[in-house]
Ligand binder design. Sequence first.
Ligand SMILES: [Fe+2]
Ligand SMILES: [Fe+2]
Length: 274
Amino acid sequence: MSAQTHLHDPQTLYRHWEESQWSPWEIDLTADREQWEAMEDRSLIMFVLSSLMVAEERITTKFSGLLGAHGSEEEATFLATQQVDEARHMQFYARFQNEVVAEPALIVEHVQRARAQVSAAFATIFDEQLVAAHDRLLANPADAAAKVAFVTIYHQILEGTLGLTTFEFATRFLRREGQLPGFVAGYGKIHHDEHRHIAYGTWFLREAVARDGALGDVVRQTLRELLPAVAESLTPPAGTDSSVLGASADELRAFALDGLSRRLNIIGVPLTTL
Ligand SMILES: [Fe+2]
Ligand SMILES: [Fe+2]
């Protein structure tokens, strides 16, 4: 069944990128500024914004190893566009910090401030597991297992599981409350880009596992190591009222797991075989 699911190849995804350009500076943040000033409880929104600021910085600066490990010119072309996308996403969140949340500052200062807000599990995933997988790929661009482990963490877990879940519940909440329309608009553009990135990750892993079944074990092992921290980082921090999101922690986890398990079936490594 999985072999029949149509997936776009890197050349097609690159063509989609050419048709999907946007600028972080075309988003109108006027209403967001006014609403931010008037907002009584910012704690949950600050938690989400901080997580996104830290995540996009990590995702932008821990990526170049994958470019060096490209398998074809078409794949290198697509990956070059993803690198630009991630930098654009980081710039959008930095602009939001500059113009809505805080005083204008360098990105490093925004990231540092945001770091104080994120959970320990989040730091484990982004500062330890992602960094280790990226270092390994940078050192061994021809190592198929290193590339599979990196794409499993980056595209399937960070973008596909944490990213899509955060987008779904954060924008559902903000839309319902009529809050931060500029932020929601920019985040929507980012989400559209993320679907392209995740599609690449699913395509790449399916090809890799079809070529060499042992690489399926690399996917399994990587997921086993990562899933506890993923489940933990989908739990809102103590002191914030997660029910204001209109969803329980169980609903968040069910949404996350459902998408992941659909993609793993396509890749040929069902979650049940972990
Ligand atoms: Fe991104
Ligand atoms: Fe992405």
